[in-house]
Design a protein around this ligand. Structure first.
Ligand code: ZN
Length: 199
């Protein structure tokens, strides 16, 4: 275990609704220190997103990044299928998301707080996002694809929800047991894991 452990499922902090950061605390030193600890943790793991409850702080703060170096071992087909692109590191304070339309996408995802496992999870294809940055500026954006998936996963953490609450339970698997989940198409991986539909 590294210097910055990630809280694992079973700790009640992951099941609480995290509290908003009050306006007057957004630019405060304590918030800056929390954000620094979150980046240090994410760099150590590494990962594409982290919510403050995952380091034991029940605050509505998220950090997100999807660096080009994470994509080196992923084929172009899988990148396109997932609509995954580079995301420059950024901080979201008091983020809010709402789905755009009814379109959903199903892919495998994991969680730093449920180490070693993944499962197929339905997520909205596109979301409207608003958040405050560490300087106190409000931002509104429309986000789609893999970035929208990361945001839905991380905002769920702020509401005490984990991906296992939303997954297709027949696709839940240990990465060690089924390392190919990321290399094949999502339909193929689900068929391999869950077998033919029983209906
Ligand atoms: Zn997670």
């Amino acid at each position: 275990m590294g210097e910055h452990p990630v809280v694992q499922a079973g700790d009640p902090v992951l099941r609480r609704r995290a509290s908003e950061v009050p306006a007057q605390e957004i630019t405060a030193d304590a918030t800056g220190e929390l954000i620094q600890r979150m980046w240090a943790t994410l760099a150590e793991v590494p990962g594409v997103g982290l919510a403050a409850p995952q380091i034991g702080e029940s605050r509505r703060v998220i950090v997100v990044q999807d660096l080009a170096k994470y994509h080196e071992t992923i084929s172009v087909d899988r990148m396109i299928e997932r609509e995954r692109t580079t995301i420059e590191p950024y901080v979201l304070i008091n983020p809010e998301i709402s789905p755009v339309g009814d379109a959903m996408r199903t892919f495998f995802e994991g969680c730093l707080s449920i180490k070693g496992y993944v499962a197929a999870v339905d997520r909205h294809h596109e979301v409207d996002l608003s958040f405050v940055d560490p300087a106190g500026q409000v931002h509104c954006r429309r986000i789609r694809g893999w970035h929208a998936r990361i945001l839905q996963h991380e905002v769920d953490h702020l509401d005490g929800c984990l991906y296992v609450d939303r997954m297709d339970p027949r696709t839940f698997c240990a990465q060690e047991e089924f390392p190919m989940y990321g290399a094949m198409s999502v339909d193929e991986a689900i068929r391999k894991l869950a077998g033919p539909a029983t209906e």
